[in-house]
Design a protein around this ligand. Structure first.
Ligand SMILES: [Zn+2]
Length: 618
């Protein structure tokens, strides 16, 4: 019934609209506007192209730099514009009958990197690496590089201590930015020559105290050198290890300063420092791995503080209705590394410990945890591997109790009723962006934050009606911090966290070629859900398949639940944008996600199986 009334109402509206257009001839429109949504006026863009996103009168004819541009029925347009180094002047011209409107803007593109000629001798100071102070120890390798006049000889020195270490000019190569979605932008139009590299391995004899890094370029007749602000020091092998305590809650650990993340460390973890680069400290994870942690997240302990050392005597396994607890008593808080090599397996590495395990038992009331195994991986690393009986893990937590017992808490699969799969399931919906933080913007100026919220509210309604316990990180246009969103989902004990977004591209890409639906996950436990949601969206929404991505996002990283991020369509692809802003189509999207979730829960429902005890009579 309700549907019928709405349809009539819409039909009436469109009838009125058509009449309106018929009565007022186009040329009577006094003002013909061109609104440019992207890029902003006089933007600076380092790429070979950008896209002009905006809107004008739906019936206007539009040209950008004299090229015809398609204007969509809602007035929106998206056009890829090539850029050359320097100032690019871009003219937009809209014509409707006899009225013409023009808009001129500029985009400044930084000059490409080029080879510096052989002479005069020149060192590009900005290119010198390392750019931060180093504290290294015996065996570490210092890599120095810079760009300078090609076809010369280069050297670097560490103060007066190590002089004129030769550097080798590298084969010519393109200079690129970091890749986004598998493609990176070249910032040189031809391969660049004159990149020199050299290395030095610190020896036990080196005693460097704030020695400046000096680079030098030498031609047949001339030489230039440059003393950088970078100073290099060494930790003597004779000094006792420097111990630091983690003071941040789940401090970020990286493979290298600014690079990929490893398992965050709980507060109170003791680490052994082995080096420093700028404001980042390197620490040991056993004797084969390193982690890097920020200076502000640690407190360096007084000289003489002993390195953490514990033995693992027991693995205590317990469970309650919803969780399994793997408790490992230690005498201090040791760094850990947790990995999910597969959907059904989990590895916990504890560094700086020795195993002294003779016996441990399982909790008989639990059927989820199939097997726990331990091994002394290296002389100071114990690995505990877990296997589950379920199709995948459902989330976990790890923390230290006050008595320094390490606890790994696994979420048991929720009890799912195959008739009503959503019953009792807490799902957290996270409409991306909000408030000042608008996300991407489409041609007719609708923001991603609005679209995300509209879809999320529709999905909320659907899931509620199906019996789910739905919680929302926001229900209005407000700014919510990324980590506040995660915290909310964790404290509300959500089983599934779905972050809803619509996509955009970096400059240099073509939104007519790269677009479609994409799905993102971080922990293996979330991959089965990601695959099902992705498939459902492709079937129902029928945008191009942009792919399933493993990605380290704030909203995919939570390990406490199954966290998936969806980019349903592209705000800057007119075909997709025009659909995702429609209320009807948003219903299709919401239904599709709901269908995917329902199927996922259904296939994870407890199926009645023949029990061993029931088989007695046969
Ligand atoms: Zn977004």
């Amino acid at each position: 019934m309700k549907k019928g009334i709405i349809r009539i109402y819409i039909d009436l509206l469109s009838l009125l609209f058509v009449t309106f257009l018929l009565i007022i001839p186009a040329h009577a429109q006094e003002k013909l506007n061109i609104e440019l949504v992207y890029p902003e006026k006089d933007a600076q863009i380092q790429a070979h192209s950008t896209f002009f996103v905006g809107n004008t009168h739906p019936e206007a004819k539009l040209r950008i730099n004299n090229e015809r541009v398609k204007v969509y029925p809602n007035g929106g347009f998206v056009h890829v514009v090539g850029l050359n180094p320097g100032t690019n002047v871009i003219n937009l011209k809209a014509t409707l009958g006899k009225i013409t409107e023009t808009l001129t803007t500029t985009v400044y593109t930084p000059k490409y990197e080029v080879t510096i000629p052989k002479l005069p001798l020149k060192i590009d100071i900005k290119s010198i690496k390392p750019a931060e102070n180093l504290v290294y120890r015996s065996g570490d390798i210092i890599q120095v590089s810079f760009k300078g006049s090609t076809d010369n000889k280069a050297y670097f020195s560490i103060g007066n201590k190590r002089k004129n270490i030769p550097m080798i000019e590298q084969p010519p190569k393109y200079i690129k930015q970091e890749p986004v979605y598998g493609a990176s932008i070249k910032t040189s139009s031809t391969p660049v020559k004159g990149i020199y590299k050299g290395t030095y391995r610190i020896t036990a004899k080196d005693n460097l105290q704030n020695e400046p890094l000096i680079v030098k370029l030498v031609s047949d007749r001339n030489k230039v050198d440059y003393k950088t602000r970078v100073v290099i020091s060494t930790i003597s092998p004779d000094t006792p290890p420097v111990i630091a305590k983690v003071i941040a809650d789940y401090a970020v650990v990286r493979t290298y300063p600014g690079k990929s993340r490893l398992t965050p460390l709980p507060e109170g973890t003791l680490i052994t420092l082995t080096g420093q680069q700028g404001d980042d400290y390197r620490f040991e994870m056993g004797n084969s791995l390193n982690g890097w942690i920020s200076r502000e997240d640690i407190l360096v302990m007084p000289v003489g503080t002993p390195a953490p050392a514990s033995s693992i005597d027991i693995i205590d396994i317990a469970s309650d209705e919803n969780r399994v607890f793997i408790k490992i008593p230690l005498s201090q808080r040791h760094p850990v590394l947790i990995d999910q090599p597969s959907e059904t397996g989990m590895l916990l590495k504890i560094f700086g410990v020795k195993a002294n395990i003779d016996l441990f038992s399982y909790d008989n009331s639990d059927e989820f945890l199939k097997e726990v195994k331990w091994s002394q991986e290296t002389k100071d690393t114990v690995q505990i591997s877990l296997k589950t009986d379920a199709k995948h893990f459902w989330g976990y937590k790890y923390y230290y109790r006050d008595d320094d017992t390490l606890v790994l808490e696994l979420r048991k699969p929720p009890m799912i009723n195959p008739e009503k799969p959503f019953d009792g399931i807490t799902i957290c919906l996270d409409p991306g962006h909000g408030g000042e933080e608008e996300g991407a913007k489409g041609p007719t100026n609708i923001t991603e934050k609005e679209v995300n919220l509209q879809i999320a509210l529709k999905l909320q309604e659907l899931l509620k009606n199906k019996g789910a316990n739905v919680i929302m990180t926001r229900t209005t246009d407000e700014e919510v911090g990324l980590y506040d969103r995660v915290k909310y989902a964790v404290t509300q004990d959500a089983v599934i966290l779905l972050s809803l977004h619509n996509n955009s591209l970096p400059d240099g890409r073509d939104p007519y070629k790269d677009h479609g639906t994409s799905t993102y996950y971080y922990h293996s436990q979330a991959l089965p859900l990601a695959k099902i949601l992705h498939k459902a969206l492709l079937e129902d929404v029928q945008f191009k398949d942009f792919g399933i991505f493993w990605s380290s996002f704030a909203l995919t990283r939570p390990q406490e639940m199954l966290a998936v991020l969806l980019e349903i369509g592209f705000m800057i692809n007119p075909g997709e944008y025009n659909r995702i802003i429609e209320a009807d189509f948003q219903n299709t999207i919401a239904k599709s996600i709901s269908r995917g979730l329902e199927y996922f829960l259904f296939i994870n429902a407890e199926k009645p199986e023949l029990e061993l005890s029931e088989n007695k009579e046969n």
